[in-house]
Write a protein that binds this ligand. Sequence first.
Ligand SMILES: Nc1ncnc2c1ncn2[C@@H]1O[C@H](COP(=O)(O)OP(=O)(O)OP(=O)(O)O)[C@@H](O)[C@H]1O
Length: 264
Amino acid sequence: MTAIASAAGATPALLAAHDLHVSFDGRHGRVHAVRGVSLRVHPGEVLAVVGESGSGKSTLARALMGMVPVRQGTLALGGEPVPLSASARSLAQRRQVGMVFQDSAAAFDPRFTIERILREPIELLARDAQRRQSAAAAPTALLDAVGLSANVLSRRPHELSGGQRQRVGIARALAGEPQLLICDEAVSALDVSVQAQILNLLVDLQNERGLALLFITHDLSVVSYIADRIAVMYHGELMETGEVHQVLDRPAHAYTRELLAAGL
Ligand SMILES: Nc1ncnc2c1ncn2[C@@H]1O[C@H](COP(=O)(O)OP(=O)(O)OP(=O)(O)O)[C@@H](O)[C@H]1O
């Protein structure tokens, strides 16, 4: 099934994916993890992607970033087609879209200082002749944007709290000055009080910078708090999309009703 997650009206999409398919060949045969998903994310909006474990949410996010091979489909960013071939530079490499993981710190080299961790993407981008970096991408400015002071620069990841590390993960994702952040369970591993702080930070970034968020979550209260629209995945397909209140109050699909009854 191909469903299009699009808001009504003719707002140009920031990200438009069409008919994406991803499969993995493993010991137990082929897993068709994403099956013909089409969706749009509009500038400045928050699209929550929900679905049970194994429904393909993370694979979809990675496919959008170019972090897993896409078997079929098209992707456009700001109306410009993005090549999805294995040899093409992915959105992850171009950093036009930032990604925040459940455990962003797992990607940090534990031997590196936070300054070095933040400088790495900045320097990669500086080598890219097509991108001009502004002062907003300096390590101190990135830390400032996520509510951390410059004295964090000389520390190593293990010297920070979980919430501080996730803030550094967000700062790193902001290095390319993206218009879209893909957040894959970005607050799930944090204590509840820290979750609220990180959610508020993401909402502030959305408001201040007009950032759009594609927000993968299992948490219904997070969906209600943060999202404008919801996309519901099941077995790799996009079953239903719509405005938050519409999907929460009048889910069209039986699977969505079950998911909501179970609290996602
Ligand atoms: N690298 C991989 N190799 C083989 N199979 C994979 C790989 N990544 C994901 N899968 C399979 O693809 C399917 C979708 O997984 P995915 O992690 O995208 O689901 P999810 O909805 O994000 O789950 P969760 O909520 O538990 O994170 C699952 O069957 C999973 O086992």
